[in-house]
Design a protein around this ligand. Structure first.
Ligand SMILES: [Zn+2]
Length: 495
């Protein structure tokens, strides 16, 4: 049987500023899903990257006294380094300045144009550079963009427009019938699933109201990809960015690989960009005669101590600082444990420290430390036999058995809660069995207890691997090797 493929993408981050904890949340979540599917033996392609064109980036580069390419090279490198530090391992890190991406954008737009879905028109209205998007009068508060607190530019210019309205009916049908009825009957092929349900309903109601056509090219934006058929125009940065999902899988570089992975199984995105991903992007694909992604999953936005992160408030959290102090696995744990999927997240160093000391050091770290120390003391570092996972009692095993399904439903925080339920079982088991007392009278029984605990730790490591790759690997290596050495520093005390 051919190996099942799994193509997962994240949003690509805009390179006008440094990576922050909100970017990290999305990438960790996608990495957890990618690792889980790899563990299941699937052929996984995991794409992330950076979005590097547009007037806003040109302006940021100018402010920094750099050429745009030089500027984005530096920021893109910071993103890559940050993902490495967080043990996020994409199959490819795509940059929208990559040559093959630039070619892909030209080819796809030309195709949409050849198919008759682009037309010339004049755009008159408002443009928010902060958003890199057109904005309506209705959306302003006291004459300024409510998010950027800046007055939008008044724009009157020639654009090429994309006829989104030609596809809204089809897209609506594909979303509504992506899964069919409760028995899966009547599901349309090429259906588009949107999760969570609330986002799906929002999109459906936008589609019902009718969706206006969008500009795909603009004049006067120099730091952008030229429109192949009109040298006066460049491709609008959002349209350019969406196409990364095609170029990233090898649309130009390796068509065979592209054919294998497309359509994407999951696009992981934030709540601020659903219209682009659930309406404009599917419309572009349909206009180009291509298959739609199977699913778009939407996470909430991030705040810090209840406030929106912003440079002006000075509360932007750089995940690298936390990784240095607490380790990548602790930061990954915090992000996945603290924020239920789809809800807005709020994190702080206090929360990280509490999770670190409570769940990680006192929960998991303590279990591994006690067990390995007793194995050294009572078994000379070697348990007689590591039992099978199925030998574990129900109360230890059944929470672990729920983890896979929870990960696939994006209920990461519940998956981790289940793993920790099982860890708590083991710590209580040790407290009750008191092997250090038992060892004085019954060494055989003591060793049996330690064999069971070893099997348990291996089972926990297996479920933890997508979330805490480094920790899980250390646990696995220790317990699978013949000689089990003491581990007292899984989560060392933070000074
Ligand atoms: Zn704005």
């Amino acid at each position: 049987m051919e190996t099942k493929k799994f193509y997962i993408t994240t949003a690509i981050d805009y390179t006008n500023g440094n990576p922050h904890i909100g970017h990290a949340y999305e990438k960790v979540a996608a990495d957890v899903l990618a690792r889980w599917h790899k563990l299941r033996g699937e052929d996984v392609f995991f794409l992330t990257g950076t979005d590097e064109h547009g007037a806003k980036i040109a302006a940021a580069a100018e402010k920094a006294g750099k050429a745009p390419q030089e500027f984005t090279d530096e920021i893109a490198a910071k993103f890559q380094k940050t993902w490495q530090n967080l043990e996020i391992s994409p199959s490819r890190f795509i940059r929208t300045t990559d040559e093959d991406h630039v070619k892909t954008v030209g080819e796809i737009l030309q195709k949409i144009k050849d198919n008759g879905y682009l037309y010339e028109g004049e755009y008159t209205g408002l443009y928010c550079v902060g958003h890199e998007a057109f904005i309506t009068e209705k959306e302003l508060v006291n004459g300024v963009c409510p998010d950027h607190k800046t007055k939008p530019e008044v724009v009157k210019e020639k654009n090429w427009f994309f006829e989104v309205s030609a596809f809204t009916g089809d897209i609506k049908k594909r979303i509504e019938r992506s899964e069919g009825d409760e028995n899966g009957e009547g599901a349309v092929s090429g259906g588009l699933k949107i999760w969570p349900e609330q986002k799906r309903n929002e999109i459906l109601s936008w589609l019902e109201q009718g969706f206006t056509d969008v500009s795909v090219t603009r004049p006067n934006v120099k730091w952008a990809i030229p429109a192949p058929w009109d040298p006066e125009q460049t491709v609008y940065v959002w349209i350019d960015a969406l196409i990364n999902y095609l170029s990233g899988a090898g649309f130009v570089l390796d068509r065979g690989e592209f054919e294998r992975y497309w359509p994407a199984d999951v696009h992981v995105i934030g709540a601020d960009i659903v219209k682009f991903h659930c309406i404009i992007w599917p419309a572009m694909l349909l206009a180009a005669g291509m298959e739609l992604p199977k699913e778009v999953v939407v996470h909430g936005m991030f705040t810090v101590n209840g406030e929106k992160m912003s440079k002006s408030l000075g509360n932007v959290i750089d995940p690298n600082g936390w990784v240095l102090k607490y380790g990548a696995d602790a930061v990954r744990y915090l992000l996945m444990r603290e924020v239920p999927w789809g809800q807005d997240g709020d994190v702080s160093e206090e929360k990280l420290l509490a999770r670190y000391e409570g769940d990680l050091a006192n929960g998991l770290g303590n279990l591994v430390s006690r067990t390995t120390n007793m194995i050294e003391k009572y078994c000379d570092g070697q348990v007689p036999e590591i039992l099978r996972e199925s030998d574990l009692p129900e109360s230890a095993l059944s929470p672990l058995q729920e983890v896979g399904a929870l990960i696939e439903e994006l209920r990461f925080h519940e998956a981790l809660a289940k793993i920790w339920e099982s860890i708590a079982w083991a710590n209580q088991y040790i407290d009750g069995a008191k092997p250090w007392v038992l060892a004085k009278t019954d060494l055989k029984k003591t060793r049996e207890i330690l064999s069971l605990l070893s099997a348990h730790i291996l089972a926990v490591a297996h479920k933890l691997a997508p979330f805490l790759p480094h920790t899980a690997e250390r646990m696995r290596k220790t317990f699978e090797s013949g000689k089990i050495g003491k581990i007292n520093d899984l989560f060392p005390r933070i000074e």
